[in-house]
Design a protein around this ligand. Structure first.
Ligand SMILES: N[C@@H](Cc1c[nH]c[nH+]1)C(=O)O
Length: 390
């Protein structure tokens, strides 16, 4: 007996779902291509080292051995391979890239998640101004308008905020990670315990409100009024507020600031963002600035911003208004193949009728209410069954 089950966390796609996914990917790629983004494809397999600096354990990769016994992994991320690619080729920068592809992460047991996911994304490499962040956020907004009924809420944060704040209050690295850990997991009693030792310091008021620092721009500014933050944390905060204010000017775009959330990836160095839809807990979009990533591959440092789009989730929830093409069946005899070839080339709406004889072809066409055409002896087209709605 052959094994007929799929490996854990994988699935086959077919029919409507596969069609919707294909449609979304095609539309997205068309629009990026038109705006002069450069397509980039990298292989599914990479050496383990490409991901090594960025916590392979957290990513839980599939590992394989190549012919020389080197460990290769199925890529758990698409940004790191692009950073690697840029250091080994001399593509002119600045440059805007886009990609679509599958990545593999082994999900926790029983989490119900898939281990193979399709992601699309953009990387804007060589751009140091916040306009690059805005380009990403505008793309989220367009997708939200086009397919998600304007229901995407953007959450803006900053990858340096927590670290620069904690660095100014303690040099104890264990304590710093403990505070971050409890904060990010929103385990409030444990968090309170971890910050207790700062009870008599100036920072305590802030530390106490930190887990609640998410919400509309105005609310966050109000909450932080009169609170003095260390200067690095203050400038991360200012930048976050600035970007959130700009985004709130995009018509019907919901935006909040979240200063108590973990950056979505370890390589971010500046503004980060996530996009959520309604009550779905997983984010659909996530990205940020990663100015030091290329340097870690021994190239020049290069400012960069990018984001990923969870295409599987988008496929599930997108509202696609499809235009139905009017289809027509074309009945042919095998020796009329020459005419059939010509006709199929002329009209994309012709679908070959594969029925054995004209009678069954007619029956099927009537049943489906689709016009049936046949090729006559002179190689011309004749109507055999009309569609009543024409
Ligand atoms: N690779 C990131 C998304 C991203 C693209 N570019 C920058 N960030 C992720 O999977 O979360």
């Amino acid at each position: 007996m052959h094994k007929i089950n799929l490996p854990l966390g994988t699935r086959a796609e077919f029919g409507e779902r596969a069609g919707r996914k294909q449609f979304l990917v095609t539309e997205l790629q068309k629009s990026l291509q038109k705006r002069n983004f450069m397509k980039v494809n990298t292989p599914l397999l990479e050496y383990q080292e490409v991901f090594a600096n960025f916590d392979l354990k957290q990513m839980r990769t599939y590992q394989l051995l190549d012919r020389n016994n080197n460990t290769v992994v199925l890529r758990p991320d698409l940004t790191l391979p692009i950073a690697r690619l840029l250091t080994t080729t001399n593509i002119k920068l600045p440059q805007k890239f886009y990609y679509v592809g599958d990545l593999f992460k082994i999900a926790k047991e029983l989490s119900g998640r898939n281990n193979q996911m399709t992601q699309a994304g953009i990387e804007l490499v060589g751009y140091s101004s916040l306009k690059a962040e805005l380009e990403c956020l505008l793309l989220i907004n367009r997708i939200s308008q086009k397919w998600l009924n304007n229901n995407v809420k953007i959450e803006i944060s900053h990858a340096c905020f927590a670290d620069s704040l904690l660095a100014s209050i303690t040099s104890n690295s264990k304590l710093k990670s403990k505070i971050k850990h409890e904060l990010y997991r929103k385990r409030i009693p444990e968090y309170q315990k971890a910050i207790k030792q700062f009870e008599n310091t100036d920072n305590y008021v802030f530390l106490q409100m930190w887990p609640r620092l998410f919400g509309k721009v105005d609310d966050i500014t109000k909450m932080l009024k009169g609170i003095k933050l260390p200067s690095l944390a203050q400038s991360s905060l200012q930048e976050t507020i600035k970007v959130a204010k700009w985004v709130s000017k995009i018509p019907s775009q919901k935006v909040i600031i979240d200063l108590s959330t973990a950056p979505p990836q370890r390589y971010y160095t500046g503004i980060t963002f996530k996009g959520f839809v309604n009550d779905i807990p997983e984010y659909l979009f996530s990205g940020g600035r990663y100015d030091q990533l290329l340097e870690s591959f021994q190239a020049q440092p290069e400012p960069a911003v990018g984001m990923g789009i969870d295409i599987d989730l988008l496929t599930e929830i997108a509202e696609i208004k499809e235009k139905k093409e009017k289809k027509e069946y074309l009945f042919f005899e095998p020796d009329q193949i020459e005419y059939a070839a010509k006709l199929l080339l002329q009209n994309v709406n012709y679908e070959l009728s594969l029925e054995d004889n004209l009678e069954t072809a007619k029956e099927k066409a009537r049943l489906e209410n689709i016009r049936l055409l046949k090729i006559n002896k002179q190689g011309e087209i004749e109507n055999v069954v009309e569609n009543s709605s024409y």
